[in-house]
Each structure stands twice: as structure tokens, then as C-alpha cells.
Design a protein around this ligand. Structure first.
Ligand code: GRG
Length: 290
């Protein structure tokens, strides 16, 4: 699976850089955008979209602009999340954060560019029908917006110094992390031709995958390897962040993750997608070490 991920990462990277060259002009703004896009993200979200598409269709790929757009929206969220007004982080993807390398205003504009470019790219894609474009733009904007990722970020900030319970933590992560991950799976299924009843199931699986991903992220902050992660471990503890291991203990967090793994397994079984690329990728994500 590691080799598969590496191979897939290469085409995603190539597509991402090509689109940035097409949609930006040479200069400091492009440099700031490229700085974060080239910094070695895992590209898990576009990979999930491709793996879902491949699990349900053998037609030619039509997901490329949606997959690149998703990685752009994700990267914008990381750049803005690192700003002093939010998490105030110095390191991301193993290198200085965007505002530390450039400056705050440039980092804000690099994030704004990535967000807006993603929609420009989808609407300009000649391989998509008008219906497909509307679906992708609607789903992506809803997943990223004030009832999705942005609301998760807002809740997270509002609960920063408060005692949080597991239900609140779950709501935060379902929005902050889960919505983009669910978008990747649902869009892969939609472009593969699945109907609404199956997409509904994929949406449910996607939310569970978001929680699995986040719980594993919390676990890695306790048990992970700094070199592999490209960031210090134990930062949640020192930043007084609410996490699954903090609320449930390490074993409790692992059990919680298993609960969502079972949800995903059962949905994939219903969709006759056991042993498919998406099933394998989700199981890899659940055990990831970085
Ligand atoms: C600023 C609107 C706005 C939203 C920010 C996603 C987010 C919301 C903040 C990022 C901070 C964070 C730790 C989120 C939890 C999800 C997570 C672990 C994101 C990192 O995703 P990876 O591991 O990152 O896929 P790479 O670098 O591999 O792409």
C-alpha cells in the first residue's frame, strides 16, 4: 500500500503543479502557493477520491480536477490554521509554516488563492458535464464552508480553553476533518456513477473515516515518531488541546477508532466493496504512522 500511495502521489503532484502554473502568475504569490503545495503532504484526500472511483468504475478517470481542487482546499485550510490568529504554528509538513517563510498577508492571500482556484478549475474542466460540475462545486463548498470545515474550526476555537466532552469533540472533528474526507469518498462514488442511496451510505462511511483519521492523528501525537510525522509529538498536550486519548485514555481512543472501523466495514460490505482499493486505503489510513 505504501508503494501504491507513493506512485499515486506522483500524478497528483504533477497535476497540482500544472494547475498552479496555469492559474497563477509568476511572482511572490505563486511562490507562496507552491511553497505549501510542494511541502510533502500525504495527498490522502485525492487518493481516497481516486480509490473510491476505482472501486466502483473502470471507466476513464474524470475525477482529476476535483481531486486537485480538494487538495488545494485542504492546503488553504492548513495555511490559515497555522496563522497567529488561529493556531499560531511555526512548523507544517516538516518545514516553516507559510507565514513564517513569507509573511502573514502573503499567507492569507496564498490560502485565498487556493480556495478560489479550486472552484475555477472545476468549472473550467472540459471532461466534466455541467451536472457533474454543479454537483462537485455544491458538495465541495458545503463541505468546506460555514456548515462544514469552517464551522468545525470555529467550534474548535470556541472550545479551546474549556473542558470538552467526547460528543463535542466528535462534532468538531466531523466538521473540521470529516467533511472534506467524506467529500472525497462521495465524489469518487458519484463520478463512478453510484446513485443517491449508495452515495448516502458513502457519506456515512466518509464521516466515520474522518473520525478514524482524527483519532489516529491524536494517537500519533502521543505515540508517534517526530521524524516520521515531520512535527513534534506531544504538542496537543502542551497546547492544552482536547483529544481522544486525553478524554478516553489511549486504549479508550483505540476502541473508539475500532467502533468507526466496524461502521465503515459494514457499509462497504453493503456496497459489495470489500477488498477494493478504497477499503484497503481506509485500513492503511487507520494504521498510518505519519
Ligand atoms: C482555517 C477554515 C480553516 C480551517 C482549518 C483542517 C483545519 C481546519 C485545520 C488543520 C489543523 C488540523 C490538525 C486538523 C485536523 C486534521 C488534520 C490532521 C489535518 C492534517 O491532514 P493531513 O495529515 O496533512 O492529511 P497533510 O500535510 O499530509 O496533507
Amino acid at each position: 500500500m505504501k508503494k501504491y500511495i507513493q506512485e499515486q502521489k506522483d500524478w497528483i503532484d504533477k497535476e497540482v503543479y500544472k494547475r498552479i502554473e496555469e492559474l497563477t502568475e509568476e511572482g511572490r504569490l505563486r511562490d507562496a502557493i507552491m511553497y505549501s503545495m510542494e511541502a510533502g503532504g500525504k495527498r490522502l484526500r485525492p487518493l481516497l477520491m481516486k480509490a473510491t472511483f476505482d472501486s466502483f468504475s473502470s471507466e476513464k478517470p474524470v475525477y482529476i480536477s476535483a481531486a486537485v481542487a480538494l487538495e488545494m482546499v485542504h492546503t488553504y485550510s492548513l495555511i490559515h490554521d497555522d496563522l497567529p490568529a488561529m493556531d499560531d504554528d511555526d512548523l507544517r509538513r516538516g518545514q516553516k509554516t507559510n507565514h513564517k517563510e513569507f509573511d502573514e498577508a502573503t499567507a492569507i492571500l496564498a490560502g485565498d488563492s487556493l480556495l478560489t482556484m479550486s472552484f475555477e478549475m472545476i468549472t473550467a474542466d472540459a471532461h466534466l458535464t455541467s451536472d457533474q460540475k454543479v454537483f462537485i462545486v455544491q458538495q465541495l463548498s458545503a463541505a468546506a464552508g460555514p456548515k462544514g470545515m469552517v464551522s468545525g474550526q470555529m467550534w474548535d476555537m470556541q472550545h479551546e480553553d474549556l473542558e470538552t466532552d467526547v460528543e463535542t469533540l466528535k462534532t468538531i472533528h466531523l466538521n473540521k476533518t470529516g467533511r472534506l474526507i467524506a467529500f472525497s469518498i462521495v465524489t469518487g462514488g458519484y463520478l463512478a456513477g453510484l446513485q443517491e442511496n449508495s452515495l448516502k451510505k458513502l457519506r456515512e462511511a466518509g464521516a466515520a473515516v474522518g473520525l478514524i483519521f482524527q483519532i489516529q492523528d491524536d494517537i500519533l501525537d502521543v505515540t508517534g515518531d517526530k521524524e516520521k510525522l515531520g512535527k513534534p509529538v506531544g504538542s496537543d498536550e502542551s497546547n492544552k488541546k482536547s483529544t481522544y486519548p486525553k478524554l478516553l485514555g489511549l486504549e479508550g481512543a483505540k476502541q473508539e477508532k475500532q467502533k468507526y472501523e466496524k461502521t465503515v466495514e459494514s457499509i462497504l460490505r453493503e456496497l459489495e466493496a470489500e477488498g477494493t482499493p478504497v477499503a484497503e486505503l481506509i485500513s492503511y489510513m487507520s494504521q498510518r504512522e505519519y
